[in-house]
Design a binder for this molecule. Structure first.
Ligand code: IVH
Length: 670
């Protein structure tokens, strides 16, 4: 098979798997296998740039950050929907529609799940996706094409050659699984959690760097088509239009149904109020639309809403309870965050006794106080939230809550950076920080040491048995001290020591994740371990080399570098190494294919902005080789200040010479 044929075959195969994954929710291969197909296509396209097409699956990822989003006008206003909060209100809507249409019998509706995401308008021109815009104020939105292109559920082209201009409307959302992963990573990094998938999706769409957006794992559903031009000779019924969108392989949420009259509609809303829990996306209601397009036109719209549709909202799950106290928690990085201790209350099938309060500002802004009676709600949010205090029930002697200014664990003063809202304990040996760090190190997704939970971590730290992660591996030297701990005993001590011993052989990524580098979650750790052969290589990698890795952006790269620039952290890793913990892996995608693949560079003189090692690593990260001497085979000589004989030789042989700026431009471009 020649490269062009292989590229075509790979693209077809990748699209087929995208369809299976996003449209049919029935993947046939694991994510890693899919990634391998993408990598092969990416490599072939880099080797044959003339074969790259704009709708190749590789063209979704890797766009450069944009300066800002431009304002664009929508083809037709993006109206919002009127809401119905109860059965009565839905019946009233049906009454209005029947009166408006002077209908004798039941009206035919289409009921769709209301996706709790962000409205989006997609423009296809002659079948190619040319624009994605947010709803904005309904008349003007923001051009977020660069971000929309990285959403794999949205095809870059539909039914090749489809003539004319077509605007498709839908919703961008974050699947629950992706949301949980992101929040797990944020929790591990002690970053504020997203309250719900919608907020996380909204944050992603506002991001100016499409590479970061790609990492979020957004998805989309479409539900409307704005007719204009021959492409969209719109079907006369909404249901047919949905079939049409499906036939174009656009992602239509599959659970929509044609309902005849109000009773069928009510049955649909009842069924989904329960069944929605099992979906991989948040839905906050059912959108009811008149099926017949001509009837829609007759009903028309008010200035804000169409009269032919309504959003029925599922009732919120709320309860009232007493907020007993506001306590604070000290995290692994020292972040001190308040949370509410509640009188336990039943809500949506579980008992709730804690609720997050995010930070000091949030408590003050919402004036939440100890001994308040509060309304708690469990919506799409993972963590129950406090909707509001009931002021009429507030005790007379109540006072505003004050954030402590000292660490509850070590009593050292808390500090807050100028731009931040989070107070932190800066004491490097704070026992609470170490305890949280140990819990993270031992957690299932890191070194997976079963049995090392909150209570044991606290005892290990308080007793002085563990002062650094590596001390875990020395516990076996004096097992009696472990046995003496509360609720320990001989047998569980032996099991724990076994678990600890076994964890020595954990894969490299688990260790990278477990040592708690800020911003490095499971995915980031896996990406690092897939690109470097050892912890030592990661430790030495310059920011430029780290940034070239898929899944590692500039912020993460800088954070990794900062972590290893801190001697205390290097010491922690060294001690683990000495304790016999595995520090190597087998990189599955070493950075060998890059824009400098096949090129040999020679460095001479002194570079102002980077060390020799950093320059070498930047070249290696892009697939190039570094040689010590100039020959006819040298692709470029990079000449810094005070370059000597190598420069003369390069000139004599006609080898291209790059200044430091030209070299930087080359590696930035690459
Ligand atoms: S139709 C003129 N269908 O909900 C009708 N909207 O609260 C346009 N939404 O602005 C909207 N799922 O962003 C429609 N199946 C669905 C929807 C849906 C979610 C959003 C949409 C709309 C908002 C109104």
């Amino acid at each position: 098979m020649n490269p062009a044929e292989r590229i075509a075959a790979l693209r077809a195969e990748i699209r087929r798997h995208e369809d299976l994954y996003y449209l049919q929710q029935a993947p046939e291969i694991a994510d890693a296998e899919f990634d391998a197909l993408m990598r092969e296509l990416d490599r072939l396209e880099r080797e044959h740039p003339d074969l790259v097409t704009v709708d190749s699956p590789t063209q979704r990822v890797g766009g450069r950050p944009v300066e800002g989003f431009e304002t664009v006008a929508h083809a037709a206003p993006m109206l919002s929907l009127d809401n119905a909060y109860s059965e009565e209100e839905l019946r009233a809507f049906d009454d209005r529609v029947r009166r408006g249409l002077a209908a004798a019998g039941p009206v035919e509706y289409v009921a769709e799940l209301k996706i709790d995401g962000l409205g989006i308008a997609l423009t296809y021109e002659n079948g190619a996706l040319v624009r994605g815009a947010t709803r904005g104020d309904g008349t003007f939105g923001e051009d977020v094409t660069s971000n929309v292109r990285v959403i794999r559920a949205i095809p870059l082209s539909i039914t090749a050659g489809l003539p004319g201009r077509l605007e498709i409307r839908g919703e961008v959302y974050l699947p629950r699984r992706a949301f949980e992963r992101i929040n797990r990573e944020r929790e591990a990094n002690e970053e504020p959690l997203f309250a719900n998938p919608r907020n996380a999706a909204a944050g992603a769409m506002r991001n100016l760097d499409p590479r970061q957006v790609a990492r979020r794992g957004l998805s989309a559903f479409v539900y409307e088509m704005v007719p204009s031009g021959p492409a969209a000779a719109a079907p006369s019924r909404h249901a047919d239009m949905l079939h049409q969108l499906q036939a174009w392989r656009l992602p239509v949420e599959p659970h929509w149904r044609v309902c005849s009259g109000i009773d069928e509609l009510l049955a649909f809303t009842h069924d989904w109020d329960e069944a929605r829990q099992a979906l991989d996306f948040d839905t906050d209601g059912v959108v009811v639309k008149v099926n017949d397009r001509a009837a829609r036109d007759r009903l028309g719209a008010t200035s804000k809403f169409p009269r032919w549709a309504v959003a029925f909202k599922f009732p919120a799950q709320q309860a009232t309870t007493l907020l007993k106290t506001i306590a604070v928690n000290v995290g692994r990085t020292g972040a001190v965050t308040p949370f509410a201790v509640l009188e336990p209350v039943k809500l949506g099938g579980s008992t709730i006794s804690l609720a997050t309060l995010h930070n000091e500002q949030e408590v003050a802004r919402r004036d939440i106080r100890e001994r308040d009676t509060v309304i708690v709600e469990k919506g799409g949010d993972v963590i129950p939230k406090i909707v509001a205090p009931i002021l009429s029930k507030r005790p007379d002697d109540s006072t505003p809550w004050r954030m402590p200014r000292t660490c509850p664990a070590c009593q050292s003063d808390l500090r807050r950076e100028a731009e931040e809202v989070v107070w932190r304990c800066m004491n490097a040996s704070c026992p609470a920080k170490l305890q949280r760090g140990l819990m993270h190190f031992a957690s299932r997704r890191a070194m997976n040491i079963e049995g090392l939970g909150e209570s044991l971590a606290r005892q290990l730290v308080e007793s002085g048995l563990v002062r650094s992660y590596a001390d875990l591996y020395h516990l076996k030297d004096d097992p009696q001290r472990l046995i003496d701990l509360e609720r320990m005993g001989r047998k569980s001590a032996a099991t724990l020591l076994d678990q600890i011993d076994r964890s020595r052989g954990s894969e490299l990524w688990r260790l990278v994740y477990g040592i708690g580098i800020r911003h490095v979650g499971e995915r980031g750790a896996q990406a690092l371990a897939a690109s470097f052969a050892s912890m030592e290589d990661i430790e030495r990698a310059p920011v430029e080399a780290l940034e070239t890795i898929r899944d590692i952006g500039p912020v993460v790269a800088r954070s990794i570098r900062a972590f290893f620039d801190e001697p205390r952290n290097v010491e922690v890793v060294r001690a683990l190494n000495e304790a016999g913990v595995n520090m190597t892996g087998t990189p599955s995608s070493p950075v060998t294919h890059g824009p400098l693949t096949g090129k040999t560079l020679v460095l001479t003189g002194t570079l102002a902005a980077m060390t020799r090692e950093e320059a070498e690593a930047a070249i290696a990260a892009r697939g190039g080789k570094v040689s010590g001497s100039v020959s006819r085979k040298t692709s470029y000589l990079v000449a810094g200040a005070d370059a000597g004989s190598k420069l003369e030789k390069a000139r004599a042989l006609g080898v291209p010479v790059l200044t430091e700026d030209e070299f930087k431009a080359l590696i930035m471009k690459a």
